[in-house]
Write a protein that binds this ligand. Structure first.
Ligand code: PAF
Length: 284
């Protein structure tokens, strides 16, 4: 596996690929890789001739008081995992490579408000603006034909799809289902903050969401009752809930009577660790 740290190093690899007209996939990450990221690399591998994985902890998507400085950085292990998974090129830029004019004077994008200001956006204002800003830069630098994202960050996936559609990026977005560990806990770099007890508690999040999805699908309960029940059950288990919401899968709007494709999304704190998860509701 090759490694590129600067724009010039990156282009020394991607330039020839472009000229050979090979199909290039990008897997954007913030590092501290786990099986969930490797599933993205595998999906990319199956659909492209060359796979680039980027590792960059993006400062513009972290709010004041969030974990930007504490975010786990494990570059050597990440590179070994990527090489083993069949990645061709790891792009590991520093902040200057991604934001050469500095953060203060950087050109920034604003994510589509209807998608970005709800759910996560209510609790992490500006987060998705930072995400689209860095993802657009990664797309511009790597010019992929395909970019792969996990459904674990479902709202991020929709926000990025909308950016691609609105700005006309000539690339395909592929969504990969969430990879889960023991007890259904969605794999996440932030799980590294959990101790054994926290991990057990965190597993409840998926269990409660899955049961709620079943209740809606079977027509047992209405949306608002299920949302309240999810919040109560998570709180009772010992979590602090930011939100638990049933939304339309296509655009995260509050569903109407005729909507069939739904998702339940939630964010909750296990001690000092904030977790997010979502599950589809099928058969409504
Ligand atoms: O999902 C992530 O890890 C990040 O939000 C992303 C897409 C790599 C942008 O920094």
């Amino acid at each position: 596996m090759q490694i590129a740290r600067t724009r010039e190093e990156l282009w020394s690899f991607t330039g020839p690929w472009r000229r050979e007209a090979v199909r290039v996939a990008l897997v954007p990450t913030m590092g501290n890789l786990h099986q969930g990221h490797l599933a993205l690399v595998q999906a990319a591998r199956q659909r492209a001739d060359r796979v680039i994985a980027s590792i960059f902890v993006n400062p513009t998507q972290f709010g004041d008081g969030e974990d930007f400085h504490a975010y786990p950085r494990t570059l050597d292990a990440d590179q070994r995992m990527l090489a083993k998974a069949g990645c061709d090129l790891a792009f590991v830029p520093d902040a200057h490579t991604m934001y050469p004019l500095g953060l203060g004077d950087a050109v920034r994008l604003r994510a589509a408000p209807s998608l970005a200001n709800t759910l996560e956006g209510e609790f992490r204002p500006g987060h998705f603006d930072g995400v689209v800003t860095v993802v657009a830069r990664l797309f511009n630098l790597t010019t992929p034909d395909l970019a792969v994202f996990g459904e674990k960050d479902f709202q991020q996936l929709l926000v990025i799809r909308r950016m691609v559609e609105d700005l006309g990026y000539p690339l395909q977005i592929l969504a990969v289902p969430t990879v889960r560990g023991q007890g259904g806990l969605a794999l996440s770099s932030r799980n590294a903050y959990l101790d054994d007890e926290g991990r057990q508690l965190a597993g409840r999040l998926n269990e409660v969401l899955r049961e709620a999805a079943g209740r809606i699908a079977s027509g047992d309960a209405d949306r608002e009752a299920v949302e309240a029940e999810v919040r109560d059950r998570l709180q009772h288990a010992g979590m602090r809930v930011d939100y638990a919401a049933v939304r339309r899968e296509s655009d995260l709007a509050v569903p109407g009577a005729g909507d069939r494709m739904l998702r339940i999304l939630a964010a909750a704190w296990c001690g000092t660790t904030r977790l997010i998860d979502n599950v589809p509701v099928s058969g409504v």
